[in-house]
Design a protein around this ligand. Structure first.
Ligand code: SF4
Ligand code: FES
Length: 278
């Protein structure tokens, strides 16, 4: 097979980019898309040209490193398939394809097809954990996990943090990613002690990054290689409302987020009481 690839080339985030067209020959149907790019890169390197920068690690669809737009679709034309698991048998000899990086302000370009997705890491750092004593292994049945909760948590944990949901969203929202990460721990008994704080902190962290807001287009679900459903966004919205309501009675510290008016009222009345008692 021979392909014509129009690929976005950009040296770094401060240098303007442009599309460059390359012809790739000798592509076989059992190559993955990344292996096809490896062939192109070997050719470019042999000719003394800069190879195409693209991200990858596992090449098994589980690490979330890879991903770019193929003809405008994150991870390309196959549903529930990462670009590393996309095989050339799904393309035809003579196809002309356009490859470009995720387009989102929150994901600045590093080089060519590579973007900086550390905004996702900062959302995880805000609450994607549980507090538990470490040391010797606990008994397996110390905290029983209902089957339904385990299934929900497992489905949410399937998110590999690739960023396709952001790249496909007309608002570049990170709701599907954040919803999956919150639901993973909020579904489990072990995640309950920090449930409200986690929900509010992770949503606040999402708000601090330059992601857009969700307007229910559903593009994220359509392109997600792991089939994360929109239901997790609905669950996140319910969790946020519940957490905010409980916070009226017991204010939580939300990192960097504006405090709820009830919290401000409570603080003001605390200060007034302190002043009147001195
Ligand atoms: S929700 Fe899906 S598309 Fe978004 S980061 Fe997770 S795996 Fe990727
Ligand atoms: S390289 Fe790991 S998911 Fe594609």
């Amino acid at each position: 097979m021979k392909l014509s690839l129009r690929i976005w080339r950009q040296k770094d985030r401060n240098t303007p980019g442009r599309f460059v067209t390359y012809e790739v020959d000798g592509v076989t149907p059992d190559m993955s898309f990344l292996e096809m790019l490896d062939v192109l890169n070997e050719d470019l390197t042999t000719r003394g040209e800069e190879p195409i920068a693209f991200e990858h690690d596992c090449r098994e669809g589980i690490c979330g490193s890879c991903g770019f737009l193929i003809d405008g679709v994150p991870h390309g034309p196959r549903r529930h398939t990462t670009v590393c698991q996309l095989h050339m048998r799904f393309f035809k000899d003579g196809d002309a394809l356009t490859l470009e990086p995720w387009r989102a302000r929150a994901f600045p370009i590093v080089r060519d097809l590579v973007v900086d997705r550390s905004a996702f890491d900062r959302i995880i750092q805000a609450g994607g954990y549980i507090t538990a004593p470490t040391g010797s292994a606990p008994d397996a049945n110390a905290i029983l996990v209902p089957k339904e909760a385990a299934d929900t948590a497992f489905d949410a944990a399937a998110c590999i943090g690739c960023g396709a949901c952001v790249a496909s969203c007309p608002n570049a929202a990170a709701m599907l990613f954040t919803a999956a990460k919150v639901a993973h721990l909020n579904s489990l008994p072990q995640g309950q002690p920090e449930r409200d704080e986690r929900t509010l902190n992770m949503v606040a962290a999402m708000g601090r990054e330059v992601f857009g807001t969700c307007s229910n287009h559903g593009e994220c679900e359509a392109v997600c290689p792991k089939g994360i459903p929109l239901e997790f966004i609905a669950a996140l919205n319910r969790d946020v409302i519940g957490a905010a309501f409980r916070r009226r009675r017991e204010p939580l510290h939300v990192l960097g987020a504006p405090q709820h008016p009830a919290h401000d009222d409570a603080c003001e009345s605390d200060s007034a009481q302190k002043e009147s008692s001195t």
